[in-house]
Each structure stands twice: as structure tokens, then as C-alpha cells.
Design a binder for this molecule. Structure first.
Ligand code: ZN
Ligand code: ZN
Length: 136
């Protein structure tokens, strides 16, 4: 029997938005010809809560990254974006699109419980659920 998985990981986020952007489904970490997406349930809950709190669409630059892609983009070796079939990611890079105030986004991310927040990027804010507080 074929098991159909919903197109949506959470009401406002499709699985396709969460996949590794680096390998087009061709690397060894891909699953069934699709790039890997393996975020933790808890990080998805927080992402959805953030979306609901802000009330505007959130566009992701990056969520799960396979180790090959993570290395290629210069991600930290133990980046919270890194994922394999058994290692789950907890990080999301949220683009600063029109209608999103950077500091409102950061405040709301803290409120929903994201511990790691990277604010020193021009076009996005990094949030992750590493389990303790980190700022850069
Ligand atoms: Zn890959
Ligand atoms: Zn990030």
C-alpha cells in the first residue's frame, strides 16, 4: 500500500519549502529523488507559531541542508540546518521580505521559543531550536 504523506508539514508550510536547496534530489541524502527535509517536530511547531503570531507569509531561504550542501554554503559543521535521514535540523532562515519588520520578527521568534537567533544578516534572520540561547 502506498503511504501518502501530506503536502503540508504545518498549515502554513509545505514540505517542499523545507527541503535542502543544494542538490536537486541527486545526492545520496535525497529521498525518493527529492532533496532531504527532516526538521524536528518541535522546530516546526515553533515556526508555525511564529507565522501565526506575525500574521504574514514567511519565506524561507533555507531549512534542512544535507551535509554536502551545508559544507558547500560554508555552514558550520554542526549547523542546526544540517540534516540526514537520522539527524534532524532545527533551523530556518526567514527572508526579510516586504511587510516584515526585522526586530518584530526577532522579538516574536524569542516569544515562540527559538533559542538560536542570528540577526547579523542583511536579507534574512536565522532562527533555530538548539535548546539554549545563542545570539550572533
Ligand atoms: Zn544533498
Ligand atoms: Zn541559518
Amino acid at each position: 500500500m502506498m503511504i501518502l504523506r501530506s503536502e503540508y508539514a504545518r498549515p502554513h508550510f509545505r514540505w517542499d519549502e523545507l527541503r535542502c536547496r543544494g542538490c536537486n534530489g541527486s545526492c545520496s541524502y535525497s529521498v525518493d529523488g527529492k532533496p532531504l527535509a527532516n526538521p524536528t517536530e518541535r522546530s516546526l511547531d515553533k515556526l508555525e507559531a511564529l507565522r501565526v503570531a506575525l500574521g504574514v507569509p514567511l519565506h524561507l531561504n533555507s531549512a534542512s541542508r544535507c551535509p554536502l550542501h551545508n559544507a558547500r554554503v560554508g555552514g558550520a559543521p554542526l549547523s542546526q540546518h544540517r540534516a540526514t535521514s537520522t539527524l534532524q535540523s532545527t533551523a530556518f532562515d526567514i527572508m526579510l521580505t516586504k511587510g516584515i519588520d526585522k526586530w518584530e520578527l526577532i522579538r516574536a521568534a524569542e516569544e515562540v521559543g527559538f533559542g538560536g537567533i542570528g540577526v547579523n544578516y542583511r536579507s534574512f534572520v536565522h532562527v533555530d531550536d538548539r535548546g539554549h540561547k545563542a545570539r550572533w
